[in-house]
Each structure stands twice: as structure tokens, then as C-alpha cells.
Design a protein. Structure first.
Length: 323
């Protein structure tokens, strides 16, 4: 693979193209300033105009959300994994039918493997524009987003209607839902009973990984963060490692898996037989299987990245090992 070909598989942080109307709450006050980014795969965006940087998926999707202070993402649920790590800022994640069942605050580098089947939302509680990076399970991310009923109801008052086909229609600019498409139905009381409301003490120990804990684990080898025998035990169709200075031997390695590199801190040099590239904080690189590669951090300073690989496990509900 030539350097030019590899560059096509790198999404630079500075080249990310946002969509400001990706979801049904895009006009709802308090959520109307958020930006959505689809980096690898189309993700779960409901706007067909959402720009996709790399369409080929390795069994999962990579996306991001950028939000100014006090901006929030409304309560929703997913059928497959949704894993976030904080690239910039300070974020509060909350969950439950009304968002009051539990919450956790994440700092830069912290990771949250949100359990499937619960309503979740998040907001930037920092002082500046913040960004969180996301890994979504499955090539089609489980078929989209399930919104809490009040989110759909609120959106109607601001001109946005979600069709049962998963497409967003903006009536404020003259769009009309096709005659053969009905609005997305609201979940009824019986259906809502299927969405758990776990408390913070039940969620945080099993689904949250703190940056400095991962740094400590990754001093001599990559730290397994998500996997059947990892820090956060799950089988979402991918595995995540945390890599820092000293984690990798100074030698080339090869894998039969797709490998996505997501840089958190520092500058990393990716070398392979035909060339080399430098990856900076916020960059995402999709290295295909079968390429001999080596990762080398800059000589000084803090350096860390997340490494995501596909597995043979099917995407689906959060795996709960037998106790």
C-alpha cells in the first residue's frame, strides 16, 4: 500500500466534516448546537445528507460528537454497542427513561461502554467546545436509534419529523414526508418497561474505564479494555486495546483483523513496508488486514491511543458473563 493509498484511510481531525442536523433533536433548544461526525461507516445518522468519510466498515462504525458547553444529546437507545471516549472536554452521561436513573462524569481519555437497551444521553459540562469519539457495534449499527417518546414529541414543535424508515424530514424548509411513509411510532407504556433503569453504582464499575487506570495497565503491553477477558468484559463484535509509550515492542507486527487506530494524546508514527505516516491527536486510521506495521510514539511527551479490532462475535446486546 502506497503512502497516498494509506492517506485515504486516515481521517484527520482537522478535516472532519460535521452535520448539524443529523438527528431528530437538531432543532430542540439545548440540543440545537451539536455536531455529528461519521468517520467510518454511516453510523446511525438520520439525515441522508450526513457526510461519511470512509464508507467501508470493518464490522463496526466510528463516529464523533462535538458540542459547545451546556449542549446535550437527547435520550436514546441502541441495539448494539455504543462506546465513547472523551477526546476533549468534560462530559456528563446520564441514563433512564427520564435521564435520572444514573449518571457519570467523564474526563479526557475516559471511556464508557454504555450498556445496550437503556436510554442514554450526554452533555458537555466543560467550559469549551468538547468532542467525544464513538465506536458503534455492527456494520449497520443495529438499525438505528430508538428515541425516548418525549424526544420525538418535542421535535415536532420545532419542525422535525422522523419517518418509520429512519429518515428525518425538516418541515421548516418545506420538506414533506412521502405519502407511503408514516411517522416513527412512539413507544407505548408496555414497550417502555423493557428498558432497564440501572443505578450508577451498578453501571460505573463494569462499564467505565478511567484514563489513568488504563495508562497504568499499559506500561509494558497493550491494555485490554473491551473483550471477554478485558478490563470491561463484553463481546460487542470488536475488541479495544489501550496503547501508550512502552506498550509495543519496537518491531513490526501483522494481524488478520481490521485495525482502527484512534489517537488520544501525542504524535505517533505508523510505519509499514511501503511507507510511513504521522498520526496526530484526534486522527483515525483504518489499517487493513495483512499489512506489516509498526507504531512508534514521538520521542518525548505523553502518548496514547485506542486500537480497535473486529472479532468473530456478532454485534448485539451487551454480553453479561455467567457469574
Amino acid at each position: 500500500m502506497t503512502p497516498a493509498e494509506m492517506e485515504q484511510r486516515i481521517v484527520r481531525h482537522g478535516h472532519l466534516r460535521p452535520c448539524r442536523s443529523a438527528f431528530i433533536d437538531a432543532h430542540t433548544p439545548g440540543s440545537n448546537e451539536k455536531e455529528n461526525f461519521t468517520i467510518i461507516g454511516a453510523g446511525v445518522a438520520e439525515n441522508p445528507d450526513q457526510y461519511v468519510h470512509i464508507r467501508e466498515t470493518p464490522g463496526f462504525n466510528i463516529g464523533a460528537a462535538g458540542q459547545p458547553p451546556k449542549c446535550r444529546n437527547s435520550l436514546h437507545s441502541h441495539h448494539t454497542a455504543e462506546v465513547f471516549f472523551v477526546l476533549k472536554g468534560r462530559w456528563r452521561f446520564f441514563w433512564g427513561r427520564w435521564g435520572d436513573a444514573g449518571e457519570v462524569v467523564l474526563e479526557e481519555g475516559d471511556l464508557f461502554n454504555i450498556p445496550t437497551g437503556i436510554f442514554r444521553g450526554f452533555e458537555n459540562i466543560g467550559a469549551d467546545y468538547g468532542m467525544i469519539m464513538a465506536v458503534l457495534g455492527g456494520d449497520d449499527s443495529g438499525g438505528g436509534v430508538v428515541w425516548a417518546p418525549q424526544v420525538i414529541e418535542d421535535a415536532k414543535g420545532h419542525g422535525l419529523i422522523l419517518g418509520e424508515n429512519g429518515v428525518l424530514y425538516n418541515t421548516t424548509n418545506g420538506e414533506q414526508m412521502p405519502d407511503n411513509i408514516k411517522p416513527m411510532p412512539l413507544l407505548n407504556d408496555e414497550q417502555l418497561k423493557a428498558f432497564p433503569e440501572p443505578k450508577s453504582r451498578e453501571v460505573i464499575p463494569n462499564y467505565v474505564a478511567r484514563y489513568w487506570d488504563m495508562m497504568s495497565l499499559a506500561q509494558s503491553q497493550p491494555a485490554k479494555i473491551i473483550g471477554p477477558d478485558a478490563m470491561l468484559r463484553d463481546r460487542p463484535g470488536f475488541e479495544m486495546d489501550f496503547v501508550t509509550r512502552g506498550s509495543l515492542a519496537d518491531e513490526f507486527y501483522e494481524t488478520s483483523r481490521h485495525e482502527i487506530l484512534m489517537v488520544m494524546r501525542g504524535h505517533w508514527k505508523l510505519l509499514w513496508d511501503e511507507g510511513e505516516k504521522v498520526l496526530d491527536p484526534g486522527d483515525t486510521c483504518a489499517v487493513p488486514p495483512g499489512i506489516r506495521r509498526k507504531l512508534t510514539p514521538a520521542q518525548t511527551g505523553e502518548a496514547s491511543l485506542f486500537r480497535v479490532r473486529n472479532t468473530d462475535d456478532p454485534p448485539g446486546q451487551t454480553w453479561r458473563p455467567a457469574s
